[in-house]
Design a protein around this ligand. Structure first.
Ligand code: AMP
Ligand code: GLY
Length: 438
């Protein structure tokens, strides 16, 4: 098979690297890719634009002239712009939902309406298109409360406001244009407490197959403090319930997530005439009562979650992605390797605010010789050597028999890596680790 992977992050490096482990995969083309994908054997980067509608034809032409069997779309932005529709018009096989399906991530109001129609458990909410009525609603609800820009905002559109002043500020900022058109519509939502977990499921619109659960760490600072980021580390599987509860409870919760959330979402998409083929990512809160509630849906693999999931996947990835894209997922079982996987993100100092780029990265080979897998995100090549080019630079990942062993290996490996301004959280996985310092 020849496969195109669209995107340039750690997620796309992890997908490309995993695909290339299969003897069925001859060649992978990353558009545009990064410094990590550029150095993979049997892989090349092609610098086409992925975030402009008028460039999708160029990608289609490339795929047709190079006899590409499958196109895997990594990020949400091209999906929301309709890359899948454009490529499918050329009879290409695409993993990733159409523009209509991608609304589940690109419009929080749309997703909320779908959940309400399907009676899917989620925070109570209301949608506003002007600041005055949003403020009036806020006064009637009180704090804590959550304010969300409707559209895509690179993970920065959500304010969890502990006070009314903070909530007011978020509403003013959104309607003043802080998030562009994405913030001209605002969802105000009930504040939920509990433990968050990410469930990434493959669906071809008829069958839905959850992957192993994962836990992300969204805040920049240790102890889950400071601003939200794209994700500073992850592990899989995530024990879905508190350890005191028995395995039966875990099974029951997985079952409820399927029956109450994943299946009704897929059925409702189908009812709306959407043939959804790709990832349905459910960001869930498990409330203190043990009930799963949807915080958000995404239309693509979570990053870094997928970096902690793929190393445990036993079934060849290309088989699953192709079956999903072709509507044949019912015939596929997914099998997993035993153990746990840990991913610690190495970021540029200053992220998620401003940061400097262009610093040489050393020690990747040393880390990999210690048994870790280094997925590259914000890297590029300068004189054939990796240098930093983004906020999240590397995902240092390791598999172990237990979460503790996986984290020990990941933290040992990250200690071998250096670039100027390297920052990472030392407490990734604190919920599942016995020892809480690297
Ligand atoms: P999102 O971009 O929707 O994933 O939101 C970012 C983060 O905000 C989530 O990971 C949660 O930690 C938090 N969050 C979002 N919605 C709620 C909610 N209704 N209650 C509490 N926290 C929330
Ligand atoms: N890590 C969170 C996300 O991919 O949205």
């Amino acid at each position: 098979m020849k496969i195109i992977v669209i995107g340039s992050g750690g997620r796309e490096h992890a997908i490309a690297k995993t695909l290339l482990q299969s003897p069925q995969v001859q060649h992978v083309v990353c558009i545009p890719g990064n410094g990590g994908t550029a150095r993979l054997k049997r892989c090349e980067n092609v610098p086409l634009k992925i975030d402009q509608v008028d460039q999708f034809e160029a990608i289609a032409n490339y795929a047709k002239t190079h006899a590409i069997d499958l196109i895997v779309v990594g990020p949400e932005a091209p999906l929301a712009l309709g890359i899948t529709d454009a490529l499918q018009n050329h009879n290409l096989t695409v993993f990733g939902p159409t523009q209509a399906g991608a609304q589940i991530e690109s419009s929080k109001a749309w997703a909320k309406a779908l959940m309400s129609e399907a009676s899917i458990p989620t925070a109570a909410s209301a949608v506003f298109t002007d600041a005055t009525s949003a403020r009036a609603y806020l006064q009637s609800q009180g704090a804590p409360i959550v304010i969300k820009a409707d559209g895509l905002a690179s993970g920065k559109g959500v304010t969890v406001a502990m006070t009314l002043e903070e909530a007011e500020g978020a509403i003013s900022a959104a309607f003043a244009g802080k998030f562009g058109v994405a913030g001209q519509k605002v969802v105000i939502e009930e504040y939920l407490t509990g433990q968050e977990v990410s469930i990434l499921a493959l669906t071809d619109g008829e069958t839905i197959r959850p992957l192993i659960s994962a836990q992300d760490h969204k805040r920049i600072g240790e102890g889950d403090t400071g601003p939200n980021t794209g994700g500073m580390g992850a592990y899989a599987p995530a024990p879905l319930v508190t350890p005191e509860l028995s395995d039966n409870a875990t099974h029951r919760l997985r079952d409820r997530i399927n029956q109450e959330i994943l299946i009704p979402t897929m059925e409702t998409l189908k009812k709306r005439g959407i043939s959804y083929r790709g990832v349905l990512y459910a960001g869930l809160m498990i409330t203190p009562e043990g009930d799963p509630k949807v915080i958000e849906f995404n239309c693509r693999f979570g990053d870094p979650e997928i970096q902690a999931i793929l190393p445990l996947l036993d079934t060849p990835l290309e088989t699953l992605l192709l079956a999903t894209a072709q509507g044949q997922l019912a015939q596929q079982e997914i099998t997993w390797k035993p153990g746990a996987c840990a991913c610690v993100v190495a970021a540029s100092d200053g992220y998620p605010g401003s940061f400097e780029k262009g610093f040489a990265i050393t020690g990747i080979e040393v880390a990999e010789a210690q048994g870790a897998i280094v997925f590259e995100a914000g890297t590029t090549l300068k004189d054939n050597r990796p240098v930093t080019s983004g906020g999240r630079v590397l995902g240092v990942t390791a598999v172990g028999e237990t979460h503790d062993l996986a984290f020990e290996k990941a933290y040992q490996a990250i200690a071998s890596i250096y670039f100027q301004g390297l920052y990472y959280r030392r407490d990734i996985g604190y919920r599942v680790r016995q020892k809480n310092s690297p």
